[in-house]
Design a protein around this ligand. Structure first.
Ligand SMILES: CC(=O)N[C@@H](CCC[C@H](N)C(=O)O)C(=O)O
Length: 372
């Protein structure tokens, strides 16, 4: 193959994590690398901070799509790596540095070994939020280069390197971001009866919300409501006038997403009365479930068995992924790639095993190469 050191590329990318739609250095890095490849078969179009890269086939009748996401998370890295994030408070804590590197590896291979069909490599911004897949899908470039099938992977810390986990049908949940603002009346810590304390209100709401999952959702149709951020107050002896909760809702069925929101709004209505305050709710970005096309997924699983790769038929997860939008329009699948990290996704010490990079590049080039 080529003599490119993809681990070194991953390390470069790991050092420059950027949040959704701010991936300027990342885009420049990707463009710079791609500019080192033979250009004859390549067509490159930038889209916001992302990229579409087409590798023209020798006698194309189809376009085979591959999508990787490129954004990082607002987390202060706490690994002991020799190449930590150089961006204060930001980290590739969801493995998108791996995703991009593997995509570059596959792209590189097919630039040197073109197949008959065209290949479309999508480097998608803002997967963690506010979501790049849906607007990318609506873009003129995508309409012109619409793939006939599409694939993607996500790193999985819980599996060994060399393991692929996948299932047909539902893989990832429906998601909705959740923002709730409380407004009461601040005042002296010693005179709570003259105030409307929003720390007490918001705390009580966080606990009450959990009853939606335990009492309103069918236990066989799981849901999660997580509050990841709670902001309130100024100092220890002032009662807080405002509070803000930021969270996310996950449901296995789209119908449950609707009913969870209805219950949440009913609870809010009750809180307004019982705590005599103002409460505003908004939902931010929402992602469609990731639903793997059964035909393509079974084809991939047969390939894994025939080539003696370690395959785990996994359960669905409450993770979200805006790749779900692409799979709604284009048949294909997403799979989990084992990277064996003691710390999980979205953890400040996530440390995936880099051996998974070469494994994944070979796996994907073998699989895509087999699509005669
Ligand atoms: C794979 C992964 O971890 N994806 C994210 C997607 C987040 C979507 C949105 N910002 C939300 O929080 O609802 C995840 O947290 O599952």
């Amino acid at each position: 193959m080529s003599t490119v050191d993809f681990k070194a590329i991953r390390r470069d990318l790991h050092q420059i994590p950027e949040l959704g739609f701010q991936e300027f250095k990342t885009q420049a890095y990707l463009l710079n690398y791609i500019s080192t490849l033979p250009a004859e078969r390549l067509e490159i179009k930038t889209w916001k901070t992302g990229l579409f890269v087409k590798v023209h086939g020798t006698r194309p009748t189809r376009v085979i799509g591959y999508r990787g996401d490129i954004d990082g998370l607002p987390i202060q890295e706490e690994t002991e790596l020799e190449f930590p994030s150089s961006h204060e408070g930001k980290m590739h804590a969801c493995g998108h540095d791996f995703h991009m590197t593997i995509e570059l590896g596959v792209l590189t291979y097919f630039v040197h070994h073109p197949i008959e069909d065209d290949l479309l490599f999508i480097f998608q911004p803002a997967e963690e939020g506010p979501g790049g897949a849906e607007p990318m899908l609506q873009s003129e470039i995508m309409k012109e280069w619409m793939p006939d099938c599409i694939f993607a992977l996500h790193i999985a810390p819980e599996y060994e390197v060399g393991t692929v986990a996948v299932k047909e049908g539902l893989l990832f949940a429906n998601t909705s971001e959740l923002f709730i603002d409380f407004k009461g009346k601040g005042g002296h810590a010693a005179y709570p009866h003259h105030t409307k304390d929003m720390i007490v209100t918001a705390s009580s709401f966080v606990t009450q919300m959990q009853s939606i999952v335990s009492r309103n959702v069918d236990p066989l149709d799981s849901a999660v409501i997580t509050v990841g951020k709670m902001e309130s107050g100024t100092v220890q002896n002032i009662i807080a006038e405002t509070a803000r909760l930021e969270g996310t809702i996950r449901t296995l069925s789209p119908q449950s997403m609707q009913s969870v929101k209805e219950r949440l709004e009913a609870l809010i209505e009750g809180m307004r009365i019982s705590y005599d305050c103002e409460i505003e709710v908004s939902y931010g970005s929402m992602y469609r479930q990731v639903f793997n096309d059964p035909k393509w997924t079974n084809h991939f699983m047969s390939f894994l068995r025939e080539t003696n790769r370690d395959l785990v038929i996994c359960k669905e997860a409450m993770t979200g992924e805006d790749f779900g939008y692409m799979l709604e329009e284009i048949p294909g699948f997403m799979f989990w790639l084992g990277v064996d990290s003691p710390y999980g996704l979205h953890h400040s010490k996530l440390n995936p095993n880099e051996d998974a990079i070469d494994f994944a590049i070979t796996l994907l080039t073998d699989y895509i190469g087999s699509l005669k």
